[in-house]
Design a protein around this ligand. Structure first.
Ligand code: CO
Length: 483
């Protein structure tokens, strides 16, 4: 740091993004600067934590906050907006009792040890689905890592209730990052089943069905905490980081989930590769220890499997996302991820990686529909100008040329960059990128629309309040017809 001015608590600028939003509003026309392309006709639905206190109690971690849904609807160049809390049982109970009653990622209510067992492993586990949204046929579901998705109406954002699958593969911890295979027309996810003999259960849901079908069950004596996974043309890839759980400890100790995660770097990170076609284990490939939240993409090249991932040297990023750290007055470094390309030789050998970009990206997105599981070129992500800046940039990374384009504006903190392909686009990056940006100076947020090719602003729609930093969202061309 060259001057004392720069050292003045950069956190204090983005702190607003970790502050509760109580307002629930609906507006048919947000003020727009610039011109929204008329081909953009659909709805962006976003999810994320938005309320961090219940009565006099406070949540401890960013990932603990109550889910709020936001939608931005686009029609004839106009932008509508609405936001609403997800009426999960955890949220409703908190509202009724004025107390935290369910166990979240890093916050546990004061309860007897027996109730804790119940919260961790019964349907009473917190259904605060604040991570992502997905579509299953004509249903829209808010998701978290506890397998209790909540159905909602994408137009009104009204909560319909807990969604019960007609056939659920057993387990207690899943991902809010399901994949979709557009050629086979199947959704994929996995769930960790914690028991005397724990396992990773990979399953699929064929299009037109709601039944989960078990593809493969792989034993895991100390299951790894994996927030997402990879899907190539033929394989499901679990990157088994050495951040592990001991199921018995989780059941008995009653500490919040995050405090039952143990970093065991001596295990290394093992890539578990499963063939989608027959569920067989292709192999387990060892690599040096690292941690990640997000896979970016994976594809096959002959006998090699390429797995792109936002890797961290260790799991300290989880500690850095506690609210006391994020809202702290003194500058604290937040670990920055690297865009790593792991090369797995399916016939055997150690998994090695190269770094594809000098930037520190997170919340990666790609042109998913056309390029997931295939060789691709562009990653859209948030970025940081430094370890104390949180996410103050948007990035478009060209993984083939190791170059990037950057969007940033003073005191602005963007969220996940969602790519939308232009109808009849031929080029991979022909389309738009949508991101909710917190304008710390104006104390509100705006929806930024960038031209994905040039990565320059096309338009912005200004929201009358601040939107707390969210996690993930999806864009739907229509909210009435199935995929
Ligand atoms: Co995520």
């Amino acid at each position: 740091m060259s001057s004392s001015v720069e050292q003045v608590e950069p956190q204090s600028k983005y702190k607003l993004g970790f502050t509760t939003l109580e307002d629930e509003i609906a507006m048919s026309d947000l003020p727009v600067k610039g011109t929204v392309p008329t081909w953009l006709s659909g709805t962006l639905v976003r999810n994320g934590p938005a309320k961090f206190e219940v009565g006099t109690q406070s949540y401890r971690h960013w990932f603990d906050g109550f889910a709020m849904l936001h939608h931005f609807s686009f029609k004839d160049g106009r932008v509508g907006y609405a936001n609403k809390f997800l009426e999960s049982n955890a949220y409703k109970t908190a509202k009724e009792t004025g107390k935290i009653s369910f166990s979240e990622f890093a916050t546990d209510p004061c309860r007897s040890i027996f109730s804790r067992i119940q919260t961790a492993f019964s349907p009473k586990a917190s259904d605060n689905a604040n991570v992502n949204v997905t579509r299953l046929g004509n249903r829209f579901l808010a998701m978290t890592e506890i397998p209790v998705p909540i159905e909602f109406d994408p137009e009104t954002l009204k909560t319909a209730g807990v969604y019960d699958s007609p056939n659920r593969v057993p387990g207690q911890l899943t991902t809010a990052h399901p994949h979709y295979d557009f050629e086979r027309r199947e959704a994929y996810n996995y769930i960790t089943h914690m028991a005397r003999q724990s396992s990773y259960n990979v399953y699929r849901i064929p299009s037109g069905s709601e039944k989960e079908e078990l593809v493969s069950s792989q034993p895991a004596s100390e299951p790894s905490y994996m927030h997402s996974f990879g899907l190539s043309e033929n394989y499901v890839i679990l990157a088994e980081y050495p951040l592990v759980m001991q199921p018995l400890e989780l059941m008995v100790h009653g500490k919040p989930f995050a405090e039952n995660l143990h970093w065991k770097p001596e295990r290394g990170t093992n890539f578990v590769v499963i063939d989608k076609r027959d569920g067989k284990l292709v192999g387990t490939y060892h690599g040096a220890a690292f941690f990640a939240f997000h896979h970016v993409n994976a594809f096959e090249k002959g006998d090699d499997l390429i797995v792109d991932i936002i890797g961290y040297n260790d799991s300290s990023i989880i500690r850095a996302l506690y609210l006391d750290v994020l809202r702290g007055e003194s500058p604290t470094d937040i670990p920055m991820g690297e865009l790593r390309r792991y090369m797995i030789h399916l016939k055997g050998g150690e998994a090695e990686y190269v770094v594809l970009s000098k930037e520190g990206p997170e919340l990666p997105r790609i042109n998913y529909k056309k390029f997931n599981g295939k060789e691709y070129r562009y990653v859209y992500a948030t970025g940081s100008s430094g370890p104390r800046a949180f996410a103050d940039e948007l990035l478009k990374i060209d993984v083939q040329k190791a170059s990037s384009k950057v969007w940033s504006e003073p005191d602005c903190y963007p969220g996940e960059a969602v790519f939308i392909s232009r109808p009849s686009a031929l080029a991979e990056d022909d389309g738009l990128v949508l991101s909710i940006v917190l304008d710390a100076k104006a104390a509100n947020s705006f929806l930024l629309i960038l031209d994905a090719t040039t990565f320059t602003e096309v338009a912005r729609a200004v929201v009358p309040h601040h939107i707390p930093f969210g996690l993930h969202g999806q864009y739907y061309e229509t909210t009435t017809k199935s995929l």
